[in-house]
Design a protein around this ligand. Structure first.
Ligand SMILES: [Zn+2]
Ligand SMILES: [Zn+2]
Length: 364
């Protein structure tokens, strides 16, 4: 075991505590990655607030990039020194979901409490989301990581681990958008802006962003939205129909956790349209819809986890898009912070004005 610094959740709803923890060396198919950057995602905030349960103490953080510093004896093609992004998609590769091409919903359980992390005094410490990346190092399965170019800045690369693949993947993989289709994206935050980029990359005809403030709608247009609709008006879907020439959308991508967005989403759809649920409401939250309308109009309602991505296929593709100037990543970063500032960075993310806040690690 080695000792590293991490931001630990000791009590739900309380600030994270920077403390020394212990991390085990990588076993068989695992690698140790020394992190350069980890972004803060709303899922980290939901977990730390107790929205989804889980064991405490725990280390959150799952949107990371760094360099491999140790490998197990069956870690595939990975070697010490490789720069990589680290995702939370710990896929076994052989269960029905993995074999069927959907590793994001791998069915093989992973014991996060008895994973590689321990507290300084040797007690249990949950490696939340199979990552535990609010820490100087992670030990993860080699199936969770993807190599990136040496030249790619790690703060920018870290965004590929969650927000970017979730948003772009939802548009391309889950909604299966085809050129010429019309799209509504509810929420123009970290995931929503990427869903907008995904719709643009897929060749959407019109992309309507729906959010609570004009400021967010302006940013949405910088990422490819063709129209903006304020959510805090009566029947906002009517404004969307207007933007779409009087018809509903072929897909609506719900990228927020607020329940009214789920209740309203089918209202934005045209005949045959699909509502894709991407945001993560709190456990126990319920939404309602009118089945007869969905049946009569042949509409669909589907969930998408992590953009239904296959990271080994989709992340290299997105890196090429970034290199070619077709995928915005630098513009997603609104702040850089140190690990000791993590609680301030989380507060800033909670206010809703930030795009992505990134923790950057000092390496000496
Ligand atoms: Zn995330
Ligand atoms: Zn699996």
């Amino acid at each position: 075991m080695q000792t590293i610094k991490a931001a630990v959740c000791r009590a739900f709803g309380e600030p994270l505590v920077i403390e020394d923890i212990q991390i085990a060396p990588p076993k068989s198919d695992e690698v140790e990655v020394t992190l350069d950057a980890v972004a803060i995602c709303h899922s980290d905030i939901s977990f730390a607030g107790g929205a989804w349960g889980g064991h405490l103490p725990a280390v959150y953080g799952h949107e990371a990039a760094g360099i491999i510093t140790a490998v197990g004896d069956s870690a595939g093609e990975f070697q010490v020194g490789d720069p990589v992004v680290v995702t939370l998609i710990r896929a076994c590769g052989s269960c029905p979901s993995c074999a069927g091409g959907k590793p994001t919903v791998c069915e093989t359980p992973y014991d996060k409490v008895n994973g590689p992390l321990r507290t300084a005094d040797g007690g249990p410490l949950e490696q939340a989301m199979a990552c535990g990346a609010f820490a100087e190092k992670v030990v993860v399965s080699h199936r969770q990581i993807v190599k990136i170019p040496q030249s790619m800045p790690k703060d920018v690369a870290s965004l590929l681990s969650c927000g970017v693949i979730t948003g772009v993947g939802a548009a391309v993989n889950a909604a299966g958008l085809r050129p010429g289709q019309d799209v509504v994206v509810i929420g123009a935050g970290g995931v929503g802006l990427n869903a907008i980029q995904g719709a643009r990359i897929a060749g959407a005809r019109r992309i309507v962003a729906v959010d609570m403030t004009e400021e967010k709608l302006t940013i949405a247009k910088e990422f490819g939205a063709t129209h903006g609709v304020l959510a805090d008006q009566k029947a906002p879907w009517k404004a969307a129909y207007k933007a779409l020439g009087g018809r509903g959308a072929d897909a609506v991508l719900i990228t927020v956790g607020a329940i009214p967005a789920y209740d309203q989403a089918p209202r934005y759809l045209g005949p045959g349209g699909k509502a894709v649920m991407i945001g993560m409401p709190h456990s126990g939250d319920m939404a309602s819809y009118e089945p007869v309308v969905l049946a009569a109009l042949g509409q669909g309602l589907i969930g998408s986890k992590m953009g239904d991505v296959v990271i080994q296929r989709d992340i290299p593709w997105m890196i090429d898009l970034y290199d070619q100037g077709r995928l915005k990543l630098d513009e997603l970063i609104s702040g850089r912070w140190t690990l000791s500032q993590i609680n301030e960075a989380i507060e800033d993310t909670k206010t809703g004005s930030a795009k992505r806040n990134v923790i950057v690690f000092d390496r000496d």
